[in-house]
Design a protein around this ligand. Structure first.
Ligand SMILES: Nc1nc2c(c(=O)[nH]1)N[C@H]1C(S)=C(S)[C@@H](COP(=O)(O)O)O[C@H]1N2
Ligand SMILES: [Mo]
Length: 423
């Protein structure tokens, strides 16, 4: 595996090459609206067919596991983990406490009937031959297994702070900091499956697609959740995971198999994966064009390149508005994480950002997961206070005081001001 902490240059090179191919008309963009393509291309692009009308959806809860209010904040079809509920849990987020982000609703799939189909012109076959390859659940379980600790974090985690701390209006679910969790994932390397399927030397992109219902947004059917992944990342450290913290994947987290893309935005980690297109041409879906790019006054009209790595963040294992008795020693606890490496340093302020003290770290900095930390605090006078935590990762990135806003409110990375009251 690649060394910790470096942003791989092939990601940038890849994106430039992909854009050139796209402009040359060699890329497919199914499910991307014509309007969006025109905006992105800023030219008279060839048309794409709009998807068929939306299918009827079965009524029912979006999430199947229990969502007790002391553990979760309900957010439409999603559920955010309360940070105070992580207090006292270990390094890994228990499955019951793990946040859920569903575009539609959790499907209940049968592992025995489940198939993973790999297809596309990026697979080796006779010329002109479409050569799909299928793997069943037992086929995957018979391949060499790997285990890896990694966070899954929504690109919009912390989005509400663009508004509450910076006064910006942004679209999307107003998460606080609970759209993240760390689990020990077990599964097979996507690289192993791709090689067994017969990866061609011309392959550039792979696109996993979920088996959950088609996603309708603004009256338009965008099809099933899918997002292209550059082959470089797909071969580097991506898993097809069938276990989460030693148990079969829970229904809500992708049973029987999900993609797990360490350090990247959560949308990359497609749940309930049913097929993977392997392509010799760059692929586009709404999830790497309309969504999951940065748009706004600080960014190009067509948006940035598709989002990849997460920013640096920190959170206290405390409720918003937690109370503390004056004059008594406390131990503040929290966690910090980054998409560009491990977290090597955390500073905490208990006076609204005037003075900072280094926190004690309880984990060795490791890429793709968080570092737990603590700091003793004896609150002096009664009254409101603000707690701040600021992390620096092994790539040298430190959380800034403010984050540059974008219309969808992705990748908030600034220091969060956590309000508490001393009684
Ligand atoms: N098939 C499918 N995969 C999906 C999604 C989805 O709605 N459908 N949501 C994505 C998003 S936006 C996130 S943040 C993560 C959340 O994973 P979790 O629900 O296991 O926490 O799953 C991703 N994978
Ligand atoms: Mo997400």
């Amino acid at each position: 595996m690649r060394a910790v902490g470096s942003v791989t240059p092939h990601e940038t090179a890849y994106d430039r090459r992909r854009l050139r191919q796209w402009l040359a008309g060699q890329a497919r963009a199914e499910g991307v609206t014509r309007r969006r393509l025109l905006t992105l291309l800023a030219a008279t692009a060839g048309g794409t067919a709009l998807s068929a009308a939306a299918p009827a959806h079965a009524a029912g809860p979006s999430i199947l596991k229990p969502l007790p209010p002391e553990w979760f904040i309900p957010r439409g079809t999603n559920a955010e983990t309360r940070w105070e509920a992580l207090s006292g849990t270990g390094h890994h987020t228990p499955n019951e406490l793990f946040f859920v982000r569903n575009h539609t609703a959790t499907p209940v799939l049968d592992a025995a009937a489940w198939r993973l189909r790999l297809w596309g012109d990026g697979l080796r076959g006779a010329p002109g031959e479409d050569r799909p390859v299928e793997f069943g659940y037992d086929d995957l379980r018979a391949l060499p297994a790997v285990t890896r600790t990694a966070f899954v974090e929504c690109a919009g985690n912390g989005r509400s702070y663009y508004t509450t701390q910076q006064g910006e209006t942004v679209n999307g679910t107003p998460w606080t900091l609970g759209a993240v969790g760390v689990a020990r994932w077990r599964g097979v390397r996507l690289a192993d499956v791709l090689r067994r399927a017969g990866l061609s030397s011309h392959a550039v992109d792979v696109q996993p697609r979920g088996l959950d219902a088609e996603y309708v947004s603004g009256g338009e059917n965008l099809g099933r959740v899918r997002r292209p992944l550059p082959l470089g990342k797909a071969l580097e450290d991506v898993l097809l995971a069938y276990e989460m913290n030693g148990e079969p994947l829970p229904y809500d987290h992708g049973y029987p198999v999900r993609v797990l893309v360490p350090s990247w935005v959560g949308i990359s980690s497609v749940k309930w994966v049913g097929d993977i297109e392997v392509s010799a041409h760059p692929l586009f879906s709404p999830w790497n064009t309309t969504f999951y790019r940065l748009f706004g006054s600080a960014y190009p009209k067509e948006g940035t390149a598709p989002l990849t790595r997460q920013t640096v963040k920190s959170a206290f294992e405390l409720a918003s508005g937690a109370t503390f008795p004056a004059g008594r020693r406390q131990v503040l606890r929290g966690r910090s994480w980054s998409g560009a490496g491990g977290v090597a340093r955390v500073e905490v302020s208990t006076d609204g950002g005037t003075t900072w003290r280094p926190a004690r770290l309880h984990d060795r900095p490791r890429a793709g997961t968080w570092t737990r930390w603590s700091l003793p605090w004896t609150p002096a006078a009664p009254g409101p206070a603000q707690l701040l935590a600021r992390a620096t990762d092994t790539a040298g990135r430190t959380q800034p005081d403010t984050a540059v806003p974008n219309t969808e409110g992705y990748l908030f990375g600034a220091v969060v001001r956590h309000p508490v009251t001393v009684l």
